[in-house]
Design a protein around this ligand. Structure first.
Ligand SMILES: [Zn+2]
Length: 258
């Protein structure tokens, strides 16, 4: 059974058919889903979904693109959700330097550090968004050696991936690895142990080939398992089994919870 470790089911892209879609996932072979928050409101929405669907879990956090819009009380709001049994991580958090006119880097860094601190205090793993900010993201990660995390929708080099694996981090892949022009991903997947790999859709974004450009959902997460299996020369079933085990171990989802 598949574990989609990153899907934004609070997104308005699912407003028309959220319940039908989520209800259909178990019969599509998806046994676990983690919904990461993008800001306080979205974290609350993910948690509400986690309360409704037994196979869905939540992470709470402020995405770097929302870093400037947060009220000063955002940390208090996040902290109040951490004791909920279905909150399994802080995320998604990190740095996004893609937009030249985006959120000022020092603002992003402060919000990222504050949430790494929160993760350290509460011994929760983190889900990291790193877009065009590899050097600064890695530097901040190194400041918190007790925090474990996953680099979601990984786009960096094999060398950086090996460094992260050495720090105990996980690497997670989306539909971008299925694109014809995916250059670095196959090299990264081949070069790191399967025990450090997780799979995700990042729905509603990043739909895999041949669905590129359409709305994505967890039903497509098997495509990432297939692609990784081809690159590693393993049966798809084994990649599904191990990536699901990896996700359960990483998010500390016990057998009796899943
Ligand atoms: Zn995301």
């Amino acid at each position: 059974m598949l574990f989609d470790t990153h899907a934004h089911y609070d997104s308005s892209a699912f407003d028309a058919d959220r319940h039908e879609l989520l209800s259909s996932l178990p019969e599509q072979g998806v046994s676990l889903v983690l919904c990461p928050g993008s800001d306080v409101e979205s974290s609350k929405a993910c948690l509400a979904l986690a309360e409704r669907y037994s196979f869905l879990y939540a992470a709470v956090g402020v995405h770097p693109q929302e870093a400037a819009a947060q009220r000063p009380s955002y940390l208090t709001a996040l902290r109040s959700m951490l004791s909920h049994p279905k909150v399994k991580a802080i995320g998604e958090i990190g740095l996004d330097y893609y937009y030249d006119d985006g959120i000022p880097h020092p603002v992003q860094q402060a919000v990222f550090r504050a949430q790494m601190e929160l993760a350290a205090q509460h011994q929760l793993p983190v889900i990291i968004h790193d877009r065009d900010a590899h050097r600064d993201t890695l530097a901040i990660v190194r400041e918190y050696p007790t925090v474990r995390g996953v680099f979601h929708c990984y786009s960096g080099s094999l060398e950086d991936a090996k460094t992260l694996v050495g720090l105990g981090y996980m690497i997670s892949f989306t539909g971008t690895i299925t694109f014809k022009n995916a250059r670095r991903a196959p090299e990264v997947i081949a070069g790191i142990p399967l025990e450090h790999i997780m799979i995700e859709t990042d729905a509603p974004y990043m739909a895999p080939t041949p669905f590129r450009g359409q709305r994505n959902d967890s039903g497509y997460v098997y495509r990432m398992a297939e692609t990784i299996a081809t690159i590693k020369g393993l049966p798809t079933e084994e990649v599904i089994r191990i990536t699901t085990e990896n996700g359960k171990r990483f998010f500390r989802i016990a057998e009796d919870e899943a």
